[in-house]
Design a protein around this ligand. Structure first.
Ligand code: FEO
Ligand code: CA
Ligand code: CA
Ligand code: CA
Length: 629
């Protein structure tokens, strides 16, 4: 099937040649489908729109795969550990409890320290690239590592500590002659945890399905958790996705259809319900409906109440990323990291107003949510999740728009959206109207009773993952797009043909984090599971890593490898392009379960030589140059 963009207008915002100007029929790629999609395919002719630096995008010498318990960066680069789990963040007027190596810190102390399992992160300048805020997610906890004696006994205090180790951190950081330091105390420093009050905004706020005994208004929720990726809005706020929230709730052994569709069961991975009835859906049946949202935080105002934006739909949101239409409306992309779930975009009704966060307080409360369908001919379609349209009627179980949003999965099922291989991060090329999305893996694809392969998700038992990309039609609010695959991951030498990818350059598996920097480099971070790594499935690929891709040529170079059993997730660049902040999550994860509290550093001693700790690292070029050159 041929895929080209001839029918589409090009925004040509940065003065680069449009696709019409540079493409000719002889150069158009003909795609054979699935594995035949070329990395340097349809999108290749367009030049970049870099605002930083010129010359080749990838200038560093790639590093080898590694199985070492260390963080490795290319020759000429240096990495510095900043803000590990347990480090006090310096909340103004509060204590600065230091991390206790034996993990005996209390819940109250943890609420003043960096949380566990760092994930999405963004830099908000205060003084350009010299001083700013780092705002980041703490996805979840390893309770074998978090508590001195692990989960035995499992107590109310431990639940409180785990809840305090979740959520979001705002920290102030400063570049002192090339070394980054936390600024403490800081008037901005803030922890948002699983118990911080949030407001609900948008059509599902106040909905009957959102009301609980503790909140009869359905307008105010305690906390956020399982926050994975994050996006920075043009108006200066931070968007964070509440991912697989179902892991925190229990319900009866006979979940109703709605609970079932959202993965609730009688057993939960995190045993909070045993000491906090809020997480027992038998007692509080609507509490799970209050999670799975994109949350918005104004990091510059520590007093501000964060808001759950229900207009963006409920999902196991990995994160949320913002593009802007030509007339200034916000388009928020999001996927849900779950097998056979969906990719969404929300288009705001109103334009982004000048005046920052305060001027855009309700921007994300009004607009239209769409879900994606990727067709085999390379076309893509955005289908509106609007009550009363098509099957989204009261007869079909959607009483109003609030219910469509709370049951966005069921609504997307009804619309026939494409069931994806765990959509994780997205990255947006604003100038080219292109969007990239990692599909990390899906070992259930094609399994008995599960959906088989499709053009967008072309591999059965997809262990390696891939990256899809699309270009929107006339503008980001277009209902049509064209898509192809940037790359299918996996070692070409893998004995199982389905696991061989088409990587042009250094091999990797399970793409997860993504960031498109100002020079146009697409940074890819990986999350191959420790269990599967141990099973040898990713032989030759080594520890999880971060790679740089030139999307114009498809070339991929390995830039960083992490310590043993970590995940690399979350990246943000200082505005001068000379510091790259990266989060290293769960070094020393125990394959298949929690760490053993008696031997907490059996797999990794990164970064301090003892109990492994997730941490942010600041990476700079020794000669002070742009990162990636
Ligand atoms: Fe929490 Fe999808 O990673
Ligand atoms: Ca992820
Ligand atoms: Ca992942
Ligand atoms: Ca992880």
């Amino acid at each position: 099937m041929a895929k080209d963009f001839d029918q589409m207008e090009d925004s040509n915002r940065c003065g680069n040649p449009s696709i019409h100007q540079v493409s000719d029929p002889a150069r158009r790629q003909v795609i054979a489908g699935g594995l035949g999609l070329a990395a340097a395919g349809l999108f290749a002719p367009l030049a970049g729109c870099a605002s930083l630096g010129g010359g080749p995008k990838l200038g560093f010498k790639p590093i080898a795969a590694s199985a070492a318990d260390s963080l490795v960066v290319p020759e000429g680069y240096v990495a510095q550990v900043l803000a590990p789990w347990g480090e006090p963040i310096g909340v103004a007027g509060a204590a600065m409890p230091t991390m206790k190596e034996d993990a005996s810190s209390t819940a109250a102390e943890q609420a003043l320290q960096m949380g566990m399992h760092h994930d999405g992160v963004h830099y908000y300048p205060i003084d350009g690239a010299q001083r700013g805020l780092l705002v980041m997610n703490h996805e979840y906890t390893d309770d074998g590592l978090l508590h001195k004696d692990g989960m035995t006994p499992w107590t109310a205090e431990k639940v409180k500590k785990a809840q305090a180790a979740h959520g979001i951190s705002v920290i102030e950081v400063e570049n002192q002659g090339g070394r980054w330091q936390m600024v403490r105390p800081s008037k901005y420093a803030r922890r948002i945890t699983a118990n911080t009050p949030f407001n609900l905004g948008g059509p599902a706020a106040g909905h009957a399905l959102m009301k609980t005994a503790a909140d009869p208004t359905g307008q105010r929720v305690l906390g956020t958790f399982n926050n994975c990726a994050s996006g920075k809005t043009p108006w200066g706020t931070y968007l964070s996705g509440e991912e697989n929230f179902h892991n925190y709730f229990v319900t009866s052994d006979k979940p109703d259809a709605h609970q079932k569709r959202w993965g609730l069961s009688a057993k939960s991975r995190f045993r909070w319900a045993e000491h906090d009835p809020r997480f027992d859906a038998r007692i509080n049946p609507n509490e799970p409906n209050r999670f799975g949202w994109v949350v918005e935080v104004d990091p510059t105002d520590p007093q501000s109440v964060p808001v759950k934006r229900t207009a963006l739909g409920r999902a196991a949101h990995e994160g949320a990323w913002v593009a802007v239409t030509r007339d200034g409306r916000a388009v928020v992309y999001s996927g849900e990291d779950a097998r056979f779930e969906y990719i969404y975009k929300f288009v705001s009704r109103d334009r982004i107003a000048p005046g920052g966060a305060k001027a855009n307080r309700e921007l994300l409360d009004h607009g239209t949510l769409y879900v994606a369908r990727f067709d085999a001919d390379g076309s893509g379609h955005w289908m509106a999740l609007v009550h009363g349209q098509g099957p989204l009627t009261a007869t079909n179980g959607f009483a109003n728009q609030g219910e469509v949003l709370i049951k966005a999965r069921q609504a997307s099922d009804a619309l026939g959206a494409t069931k994806m291989d765990r959509p994780e991060w997205l990255a947006i090329d604003q100038d080219k109207r292109e969007v990239y999305c990692t599909l990390t893996n899906n070992s259930a694809r094609g399994a008995s009773g599960r959906p088989g392969v499709d053009a967008a998700n072309p591999r059965a038992n997809n262990k390696m993952g891939h990256i899809i990309r699309w270009r929107e039609g006339g503008d980001f609010d277009s209902l049509q797009m064209r898509w192809d695959h940037l790359v299918l991951a996996g070692d070409p030498a893998n004995p199982r043909s389905e696991d061989r990818g088409n990587i042009k350059g250094d091999i990797f598996a399970c793409p997860d984090g993504l960031m498109l920097d100002a020079r146009g480099v697409l940074w890819i971070q990986t999350d191959a599971s420790a269990t599967e790594m141990n099973a040898g499935i990713f032989k030759n690929i080594g520890n999880n890593q971060m790679l740089a891709c030139d999307p114009l040529t498809g070339e991929i170079r390995r830039f960083l490898t992490g310590p043993i059993n970590c995940e690399i997730t979350g990246a943000t660049m200082a505005p001068d392009g000379k510091t790259l902040f990266v989060n290293i999550q769960h070094p020393g994860e125990n394959p298949g379960g929690l760490n053993d509290p008696a031997k907490p550093s059996r797999y990794s001693k990164w970064p301090m030589g003892g109990r492994p700790r997730s941490a942010t690292v600041a990476i700079r070029k020794i000669d002070g140059g742009l990162v990636g050159t």
